[in-house]
Design a protein around this ligand. Structure first.
Ligand SMILES: NC(=O)C1=CN([C@@H]2O[C@H](COP(=O)(O)OP(=O)(O)OC[C@H]3O[C@@H](n4cnc5c(N)ncnc54)[C@H](O)[C@@H]3O)[C@@H](O)[C@H]2O)C=CC1
Ligand SMILES: O=C(O)/C=C\C(=O)CC(=O)O
Length: 336
């Protein structure tokens, strides 16, 4: 790769401290405002603050409308999201139209807290965009909050993070800086996820995975959406598939298609056996048919994905190879 590039780093304050969310959050919120609204299904955050509890995956537009209405009615001046990508995504939908700052407290490994990407779904169509207003100003990472995330969800979510890293290799704005972050993200996630599976209540694996998830999201936000994210975005928005599991299933098939675009240092970061070994070790989700995708939906998915395939993908994407990819992912055939 040429060392001629233009890279932009997104400005964000990051606090990373296990078991310290309750202690740290009030001061972090106070830096940005005095009338917070919590967006979370949890009831144990900032007692007495305004609270919006209706969190739904892929941010339905009507839910976003109600959250914006609540923020206006309560005259809030700062949003506090506590939860997975769905809670963060709802806070982003409010910030997009109000410009309110967000303090994000993630409880999964999805990484939305470190990106300026928003998404919203209406009539079975998910629209995404990037806008600096939705980038959380501050993230409070407390890995102990992920101890309650069940192992299967932790694995799927961690593989969502891994997909951010891998797709950063060939995404439209891939550059040496975001690729370096992605490679280090793969290293952390490849160590952290097996540790979670071995000992879900041990903080070490949780810390490593959340750290990897942050690096992954920073890399993804910088590099943009590659082929993998474009595919999963259509599958999630059009067919309502669960986000993390969809990423976890599709990733090895995109790597198979784009094999020539996988740099050696990424392969090295996975360690011996690569992604195949990691997937086996953590019991990764294997087939889209287990998550609500139907074989007869493949042609419609192909039709929706082809026009959004990013320029510069390492191999040309055709109706033929995309259909084959989705069929193999649907059936859960062994990736090559
Ligand atoms: N804009 C961006 O940059 C990104 C956006 N996303 C968006 O985020 C959404 C998916 O986020 P996810 O985190 O995968 O799912 P999620 O936020 O929907 O959470 C999945 C499930 O896990 C539960 N949960 C969350 N944290 C938990 C914990 N610590 N303990 C126990 N249960 C817990 C939730 O209540 C929910 O039932 C999608 O809409 C996706 O598009 C995901 C990644 C990046
Ligand atoms: O697909 C991802 O993991 C990353 C970005 C999004 O999900 C964007 C969104 O739809 O919120």
């Amino acid at each position: 790769m040429s060392l001629t590039f233009t890279h932009e780093t997104l400005p964000q304050r990051v606090v990373f401290a296990a078991h310290e969310m309750r202690e740290r959050l009030p001061a972090e919120v106070a830096r940005l405002g005095s009338r917070p609204m919590v967006i979370s299904t949890r009831d144990d955050v900032l007692p007495g603050a305004a609270h919006f509890r209706e969190v739904v995956m892929h941010v339905p537009a009507d839910v976003a409308g109600r959250a914006r209405g609540a923020a206006a009615a309560e005259d809030v001046d700062v949003l506090v999201s506590v939860g997975g990508g769905s809670a963060t995504g709802l806070a982003k939908a409010v910030a997009l139209t109000t410009g309110l700052p967000i303090v994000a407290v993630p409880t999964t490994y999805a990484g939305s807290e470190a990106t300026d990407v928003w998404g919203m779904t209406e009539n079975g169509h998910k629209t995404t965009g990037s806008d600096r207003r939705v980038l959380p100003r501050t993230v409070v990472y407390d890995p102990s909050l992920t101890l309650t995330l069940p192992v299967d969800l932790s694995v799927a979510s961690g593989l969502n993070a891994l997909a951010h890293c891998v797709d950063s290799m060939w995404a439209p704005r891939a550059d040496p800086i975001n690729q370096a972050l992605a490679v280090e993200g793969v290293r952390a996630l490849s160590g952290g996820l097996p540790a979670i599976v071995r000992q879900p209540q041990d903080l070490h694996g949780r810390e490593l995975t959340l750290y990897g998830a942050h690096l992954a999201a920073v890399a993804f936000a910088s590099a943009g959406s590659g082929l993998h994210h474009k595919i999963c975005h259509v599958l999630g928005g059009m067919f309502g598939l669960p986000h993390a599991q969809t990423h976890a299933v599709v990733l090895p098939y995109v790597m198979e298609l784009n094999a020539r675009g996988v740099p050696d240092r990424l392969a090295d970061a996975f360690g011996p056996g690569g992604l195949a070994r990691l997937r086996a070790e953590v019991g990764a989700p294997r087939a889209l048919r287990d998550h609500g995708f139907r074989e007869q939906d493949i042609p419609a998915a192909v039709e929706a994905i082809l026009p959004v395939v990013p320029a510069g993908n390492p191999v040309p994407v055709t109706a033929g190879n995309l259909t084959a990819l989705l069929r193999r992912a649907w059936a859960g055939e062994e990736p090559r």
